[in-house]
Design a protein around this ligand. Structure first.
Ligand SMILES: Nc1ncnc2c1ncn2[C@@H]1O[C@H](COP(=O)(O)OP(=O)(O)OP(=O)(O)O)[C@@H](O)[C@H]1O
Ligand SMILES: [Mg+2]
Length: 236
């Protein structure tokens, strides 16, 4: 057998097995989440305050772990989608949906979102849910980068067009990234956060590359960070 065909068959099998494992993990995960929430409700009625606080702390730790497992499963799931799912879609609308999803989180941290759309043709070939995942990953990172003291928190999102190139820029005025760290942010498992998995940007880069697009990041420590993604307009 041709070594490439053999390699492709193995990869396909690996993809199918991973998909099956992800599927099977979803229901036990759902009942652990549900039981944890149920326990929390019961504990809140406990009379012994000291014991209550100790156990609620355990419940909170469980929640952090469960959230991470959920994120890892979602990320792997999204990587398993293949190119056949690519369809013409409108980038402006995907950005808008992503901003709406993230709005409650931004409000909670007092971060304003400003969206500027200035393109004639925003049709691209892609998987809308994956592109939205990239935008959301970048926005969440930006929101998380604001420290306690930061005032006038503003994330500017800009979609512009230059001939057949569509550029999406997401710019925050948060903590910024040091020159030593910036070269590593797209690496797998690279994180500066206590509860981070360091997968957000690695997976985003993978998705962007699949879409024949390019992602880049510039940052100044203490001033802020800008991510830019350049897509190709689908003019067919
Ligand atoms: N807008 C930003 N401002 C400052 N630092 C950032 C920004 N975006 C990313 N980073 C840095 O890049 C690192 C990698 O980001 P990535 O999204 O891959 O992982 P994470 O956010 O740490 O974890 P996860 O996304 O899995 O929760 C972050 O830990 C952070 O240090
Ligand atoms: Mg992240």
């Amino acid at each position: 057998m041709n070594p490439n065909t053999e390699q492709n068959n193995k990869l396909e099998l690996l993809g199918q097995m991973t998909g099956a494992i992800l599927h099977d993990l979803k229901s036990p995960l759902a009942y652990i989440v549900s039981n944890n929430n149920h326990l929390e409700k019961k504990l809140r009625k406990l009379d012994d305050e000291k014991l209550q606080n100790q156990l609620l702390e355990v419940i909170d730790e469980n929640k952090v772990g469960l959230k991470q497992i959920k994120e890892i499963l979602n990320n792997i799931g999204s990587l398993l989608k293949n190119d056949q799912d690519m369809k013409p879609c409108f980038l402006g609308a995907i950005v808008e949906t992503s901003l709406n999803i993230i709005k409650p989180q931004a409000n909670q941290k007092d971060v304003k979102l400003d969206y500027n759309f200035s393109t004639q043709d925003d049709c691209i070939m892609g998987v809308a849910s994956q592109i939205s995942q990239v935008i959301i990953n970048i926005l969440i990172n930006a929101i998380e980068a604001y420290s306690e003291g930061s005032a006038e928190r503003l994330i500017k999102v800009n979609l512009s067009q230059n001939n057949d190139k569509l550029s999406l820029s997401i710019k925050d005025n948060a903590a910024g990234i040091s020159p030593e760290k910036i070269s590593k942010i797209f690496d797998w498992y690279e994180t500066s956060k206590e509860t981070g998995t360091g997968q957000g940007l690695a997976i985003s880069k993978e998705i962007v590359t699949r879409h024949n697009a390019q992602i880049s990041c510039t940052s100044t420590l203490g001033e802020g960070t800008e991510f830019q993604i350049d897509f190709q307009v689908d003019s067919k």
